[in-house]
Design a protein. Sequence first.
Length: 312
Amino acid sequence: PSLLSPNLSFLPVLQKDPSEALVIAVTTRAIFNLEEEHKLYLEKGKEEYIRHQQANQNKPLRQGTAFAFIQAVQYVNEKILENNPAEQDLFDILVLSNNSPESSVRIINSAKHYGLEISKFCFVSDEDSTQYLKSHGVKLFLSADRTDVCNALRRGVSAALIFQQEVHAPSTPLRVVFDGDAVLFSDETDQIFQEQGLEGAVQYERAMEAVPMGEGPLKAFAMHLGKIRKKFSQENSPIRTYLVTARSGRDMGIRALKTLREWGLPIDEAFFMDGAPKGPILAQIQPHIFFDDGLHNIQGAQNVGVPSAWVP
């Protein structure tokens, strides 16, 4: 007998207009914990992996790193539709997988078991499934495979690498934390820092204070998130966004804040850490996802149980 919950298995999924929606594509290994199955695939091959998935098709997979983020996104959709049942500017979740179709029943069953409102499942037996992201209008792609993420970024799609970890499931509202340079913003100042050191970077920022920074790889996603955020008052918003950057607020914060203002991007809270570890403040925020380009910051977030996504 199926282990699926009778209350959650067959809820109708609201069809969304991809031209209006904020489409998020997530791989199966990002949303579910498939590490044991992936190890089986690597060690014993595709056929054994397929047999295992088919034999366990009614056994729900464990929750993965991106699971709480997708749940919180679904909560935001519910709040949007409470305000306006005809609203089209919603989150739309797409599962993209290199699993062959014959091994994928377990994936769909697991999504039903947890009551996840996923509108599309794409099971593509192809080495580069990211070729389908643009055709689906994807604004953010989360994967546990670095090659996938790099391919998506090359295709101009906001993307980040999910590391499988045990996470503390935060409560609502949806909380998203962005790093600044090389994530929201371009890496121009990082390059100056590498070439000229901190003093050179500070002098550059002072000289460029009135000039908005270039766009980083997650700017497009952040802008659409901000567009949805503006549908609510600050007091009633089901979304909270944060900037947590290694920049010094005194020497390098003004340009970052002016850039956000120029873009019209609302950020609820900004933390200029001046190079201090980010883990403690992330532990306090308890975000559903934290985006950073520094692996040391990702490790610090993982150490305090914060779901993290690396932007390579």
